[in-house]
Ligand binder design. Structure first.
Ligand code: AGP
Length: 614
């Protein structure tokens, strides 16, 4: 949540800050601002709404901006105080000697605010962030040095922060620091850039310094020096990163979401590559550093995650229980952390997070680690915060996901869970007879995904017809109940249409009261499992209440065309592997309905890609 960019060097500061913020739009997008060190003044410009509004503002004040040498910028997802210009970052101290941008939450801001007001500080905004500007300004009065002032201020802060700070008295450096929020420094030739994520720096440099918690960096045009709170100098470790330029380009697609949906077959193909070398040999997961003996003797597995990652985890439960015979609990991380749970040193906790930054999931992992559990983290960002607490990290390797609605990271998480469940079953010697067939079928999944994507035109037409409805019910059974939940989540997130998912068998226990001709029922039907016939019966019950019926199915049964109003076909697939395919039509339906309704597909209202607050 929230994106930060800082730049120092001889290039066009405004352009670099705005371009950097543009690549971080997925982190928040309700207001934006920049502070420029220009003509020995700090000039601050802010705008509410999309980044385009800030761009417009900057172009109208072009003549005011002379030749800035450094600046900081921010794109916001409001937590404290409305999305308005006053609450937008950057924030300044009373005398405007200090200016900061911040990502995270200052938990004790109310107490600090009261103390600072008593000292004469004048607050302008409702944000938690503003206290940090005042606090550093107060400390500066004693230290006359920005780095030292920051060092003195930090122990007074509770919460999470990534901060970039400028002082009117120090025209040649930006100071930055982080704690439980990401911040990296891109090292260039006579220029340096600071950002909360890689996309903001890749056009400038591929040399990166990953800042650790409580490390304070002084970033000048031609140097970076880092020390920790007690003054110990930390060597700058520059890492050459792999530049994923394709990931931050739409590659000709209208939206990132559509591009990311289409990337799924290759992501799955690449993930399988090297993991299933031969269907008769064991799955290769060298990243799992937990001993085989430990894995054999696990008393239970707990999966914790949020949102779409939670849906992947719910499917993971079926897989691990079915293949490896170990009991699995799945829980939203935000629930796990506030109850007395049974995690212990014989538990394996699997945390799933695309971003690796989700505050709820990180807190849950810390708690589980504190209880001695083994931690496996499944993430798309192996350099993220959550991986610090992991015994093993499974990188789902989906590439940077820009659209706020998760798609490719979901199928990559699913595939990783399939591989892990098979790996565990092989270690435990469970179901060995059926695992080879399963692996063989897994290898055919990327091609089947491609087949579904060729039917996109047809799904687009159906989406147009369906876009007139204001409410939807999604139903599924067994391994495809989480698929129905994910389908409903995708639709609500990007089209703002009310869509609720239920276990198909639960429909008759209450939700059926909602059904009439205005409430379409969307189902998943995969033959080969008892749940197929049972789900058809539930659809019949819905039809009897005049509901329009839509199904995503691999069935060739012609009788279905009498029952269903809309049929979206997917290739034949076994029930247990079907979630890898059945979700794709749901992603496309949500995408095309949202696009048809003219919604902001990639940046839906009120959402942010990384939810770094609990
Ligand atoms: C997915 O479309 C959502 N944007 C959201 O539910 C997301 O999955 C959730 O916030 C968890 O994020 P994470 O995977 O990065 O932890």
């Amino acid at each position: 949540m929230c994106g930060i960019v800082g730049y120092i060097g001889n290039s066009d500061v405004v352009e670099i800050l705005v371009n950097g913020l543009n690549t971080l739009k997925y982190r928040g997008y309700d207001s934006a601002g920049v502070a420029l060190f220009d003509e020995n003044k700090i000039k601050v410009y802010k705008a509410v709404g999309k980044l385009e509004n800030l761009k417009d503002k900057l172009s109208t004040v072009k003549s005011e901006i002379k030749n800035p040498f450094m600046g900081i910028g921010h794109i916001r997802w409001a937590t404290h105080g409305k999305a308005n210009e006053v609450n937008a970052h950057p924030h300044t101290s009373t005398t405007s000697d200090i200016v900061i941008v911040h990502n995270g939450i200052i938990e004790n801001f109310k107490e600090l605010r009261e103390e600072l007001i008593k000292k004469g500080c004048v607050f302008k905004s409702e944000t938690d962030t503003e206290v940090v500007a005042h606090l550093i300004s107060e400390e500066y009065k004693n230290t006359k040095n920005l780095k030292e002032a920051v060092k003195n201020a930090l122990p007074q802060l509770k919460g999470a922060y990534a901060l970039c700070i400028m002082s009117i008295n120090e025209p040649d450096n930006i100071v930055c620091v982080r704690k439980n929020a990401p911040l990296i420094i891109g090292v260039g030739e006579n220029e340096n850039i600071i950002a909360s994520d890689i996309p903001a720096i890749i056009s400038l440099t591929s040399n990166i310094i990953y800042l650790n918690d409580d490390e304070i960096a002084v970033v000048k045009k031609d140097s970076v020096s880092i020390e920790n709170l007690d003054g110990t100098i930390i060597p700058c470790k520059i890492v050459k990163m792999f530049v994923e330029t394709d990931a931050i380009s739409k590659m000709g697609y209208k939206h990132y979401m559509l591009k990311e949906i289409h990337e799924q077959p290759n992501i799955v193909r690449n993930l399988l590559n090297g993991r299933i070398i031969d269907v008769n040999s064991s799955v290769e997961l060298p990243e799992i550093k937990i001993s085989k003996d430990t894995l054999k003797n696990l008393s239970k597995v707990q999966i914790i995650a949020c949102g779409t990652s939670l849906h992947a985890g719910q499917i993971g439960k079926y897989l691990i229980e079915d293949f490896a015979g170990v009991s699995v609990e799945v829980e939203p991380a935000s629930e796990y952390i506030y109850r007395k749970n049974t995690t212990d040193e014989n538990s394996l906790v699997i945390a799933i997070s695309q971003s690796g930054e989700t505050a709820d999931t990180i807190t849950a992992v810390k708690q589980a680690k504190g209880k001695g559990a083994y931690i496996v983290v499944i993430t798309n960002r192996p350099d993220s915060n959550i991986t610090r607490y992991a015994d093993s990290v499974l990188n789902v390797n989906a590439g940077i996901e820009v659209s706020v609605a998760a798609t490719k990271s979901y199928t990559a998480q699913l595939l990783t869970l399939y591989l892990f469940a098979i790996y565990l079953a092989e270690i435990k010697g469970e179901n060995l007879d059926k695992l080879s067939d399963l692996k063989r079928e897994l290898l055919s999944i990327p091609t089947k995904m491609e087949e579904i994507l060729t039917t996109e035109g047809d799904i687009e037409k159906k989406s147009e017809q369906l876009s007139k409805y204001k409410n939807f019910v999604y139903i599924g059974r067994g391994v495809n109940l989480p698929t129905a939940m994910e389908g409903a989540l995708k639709l609500k997130e990007i089209s703002y249409i009310n869509a609720n998912a239920y276990p198909a068998g639960e429909l008759k226990h209450g939700p059926i009261a909602l059904l009439d001709e205005n409430m379409p029922v969307v189902s998943v039907l995969i033959p080969g499992h008892i749940s197929y016939d049972k789900t058809i019966s539930n659809c019949e019950e819905a039809k009897a209440r005049n509901a329009k019926l839509i199904t995503v199915t691999s069935s060739n049964d012609e009788k279905l065309s009498k029952l269903f109003d809309v049929i979206i076909k997917i290739p034949e697939v076994s029930d247990i592997l079907s979630p890898l395919l059945s979700v794709i039509p749901f992603q496309l339906l949500a995408y095309h309905i949202s696009n048809f309704l003219g919604k902001d597909v990639d940046q839906p209202r009120n959402l942010a890609k990384s939810v770094t607050v609990e």
